[in-house]
Design a protein around this ligand. Structure first.
Ligand code: GTP
Length: 341
């Protein structure tokens, strides 16, 4: 089975983390984010993945390479953003797509049952089958009411007003080749606004799915996903967490520091004596000075925090930024890569 992962967005909501690191390879619980999705695809029998990249694509290729376990990984790079459906057509025109294709939004951390979705697609003879997940607040998703037999009745992308169902588009589709060939070539095209609304009544089916599902595209959801992985609320191939529910690789230097609860340190971090890192994510090679405190925040690779500094909750500090000794970084602050605070 073949899958195409949409991984070419700019990730504006995760800035400044995504200003110099593409969202698909931002570390999540110490691993490139997309590696969780590749594990899940492999578990469901996918053996070939096309990564559709645009923004900062070299970075994705460098980190993920051409193999992931049993998966063969190839890349398509677009010169201009082609939206969500346009990249699928481009990959098909380049001869990279076979007859039936799974398409995934690249921000998903999930364990929904892809094998069951594929089986249902076969049974119904659908042209396209969308995974539908139940959510509490439908307002930022595409709401998809279906008939009893699974046929989609309407595709209501982020529309205001009361929703007819709490089942929304989970960003996971099975498509037959004729659907791909009908996507207009050479321009940006949206599945959600063009392709799926036009397919209603013409072979578009929904498949209700259960289980862990989260899109990590905002800072809040990135932190939630981190906590869920640490707590084992979603299965993963992560190493064992320590007594405080944290991940601290052996190559970090943390003597005399307090790490946790629920924190993640990347390779080569150094946290000095008397410092505290609480509920936070440090990417690789971060240093935290003596008696400094980092609370519920994300420090990107190479950030240096001086002695006696305080990083209050919800801060995102970009690659290589420097927090001088004694500085207080306010709650929710955004610090640009390389900045000196
Ligand atoms: P925000 O800027 O924060 O909204 O993030 P985003 O750019 O990733 O956009 P969004 O979350 O809406 O995108 C959903 C998925 O589609 C993500 O996996 C994106 O990487 C991907 N995506 C969005 N636009 C494009 C595009 O033009 N080309 C490709 N190849 N993928 C895209």
């Amino acid at each position: 089975m073949q899958a195409l992962v949409l991984a070419g967005g700019q990730g504006t909501r995760l800035r400044p983390l995504t200003l110099d690191v593409p969202k698909p390879v931002i570390p999540l619980a110490g691993r490139p984010f997309l590696s969780f999705m590749l594990d899940w695809l492999e578990d469901h029998g996918v053996d070939r993945v096309v990564l559709s990249c645009g923004f900062l694509s070299d970075g994705v290729r460098r980190v993920l390479g051409s193999r992931h376990g049993a998966l063969h990984v190839s890349y398509v790079e677009e010169d201009e953003p082609l939206g969500t459906a346009g990249p699928v057509r481009l990959a098909a025109d380049l001869g990279l797509i076979e007859d039936r294709l799974l398409v995934l939004n690249g921000d998903l951390l999930t364990e929904i049952d892809l094998s069951a979705q594929l089986a249902r697609h076969e049974q119904t003879g659908a042209r396209a089958t969308l995974a539908l997940i139940a959510v509490d607040d439908t307002s930022s998703y595409g709401v998809v009411p279906t008939c009893g037999d699974g046929r989609v009745e309407a595709f209501l992308e982020k529309s205001p007003g009361p929703a007819p169902t709490n089942r929304v588009n989970a960003g996971c589709y099975v498509l037959e080749r004729d659907v791909i060939d009908a996507i207009p070539a050479g321009r940006a095209v949206s599945f959600e606004r063009e392709v799926f609304p036009a397919l209603v009544g013409h072979g578009l089916y929904g498949f209700p799915v259960e289980g862990y599902w989260k899109d990590i595209g905002t800072p809040e959801r990135y932190m939630e996903a981190t906590r869920d992985l640490l707590a084992g609320r979603i299965g993963s191939r992560l190493p064992e967490r320590d007594g405080s529910g944290s991940l601290v690789p052996g190559c970090c230097v943390v003597e005399g520091a307090s790490i946790g609860p629920r924190s993640v340190l990347g390779a080569g971090c150094r946290v000095a004596t008397g410092a505290r890192v609480e509920g936070s994510v440090l990417h690789a090679e971060v240093t935290v000075g003596r008696r400094s405190v980092v609370q519920d925040s994300v420090l990107a690779a190479g950030v240096r925090v001086g002695d006696h500094a305080l990083v209050r909750p919800g801060a995102l500090v970009g690659t290589g930024a420097r927090i001088r000794p004694g500085v207080v970084v306010e709650a929710g602050a955004r610090v640009a890569p390389g900045a000196v605070v």
